[in-house]
Design a protein around this ligand. Structure first.
Ligand code: CA2
Length: 149
């Protein structure tokens, strides 16, 4: 069974506790549980990880090479700053989908640019927690068409 790493970056551990008008009211634990359920319906397994540290996220991407066939990444604010995380994603050559809860293009100018977008199959943003499930659908279809799931 193909395995997907659901990787969340800085401050996303606070989901559901603050700024619900932007990020919704579901907690990260609820998002991860929904991903696990949805993945099972698609015949996939998921492993979930969140870190507030850029290096830990990079290590997780490197470790994914031997463990996972796909990555779903919400890099939080590192989306807009981290060339290192982009390079890590490019180097492992694992199909990845970028997710954002909010519509980053409808927000401040500095959120409009994503280094991560250069290293992924595509991006889902603006659909709240549902975006992670849409990303799973997209990865499942991609892996199936590539003969990897
Ligand atoms: O919309 C997204 O998912 C973001 O990746 C969230 C990041 C933000 O820097 C990106 O521009 C867009 C921020 C994550 C902060 O998450 C919080 C959740 C609840 C309460 C406070 C912060």
């Amino acid at each position: 069974m193909a395995s997907i790493l659901v990787l969340n970056g800085p401050n996303l551990n606070l989901l559901g506790t603050r700024q619900p008008e932007i990020y919704g009211s579901v907690t990260l634990a609820m998002v991860e549980a929904a991903c696990t359920d949805h993945a099972a319906k698609l015949g996939l397994e998921v492993a979930c990880l969140q870190s507030n540290h850029e290096g830990a996220l990079i290590d997780a991407v490197h470790d994914a090479k031997s463990r996972h066939q796909g990555i779903i990444l919400n890099a939080g604010a590192y989306t807009h700053t981290s060339i290192a995380l982009m390079d890590a994603l490019i180097s492992v050559e694992i199909p990845a989908v970028e997710v954002h809860l909010s519509n980053i293009y409808a927000r401040e100018e500095f959120r409009h640019a994503s280094y991560i977008s250069k290293a992924v199959l595509g991006q889902v943003c603006g659909f709240g927690a549902q975006g992670y499930l849409l990303a799973l659908d997209a990865l499942a279809a991609h892996l199936k068409s590539a003969g990897a799931a």
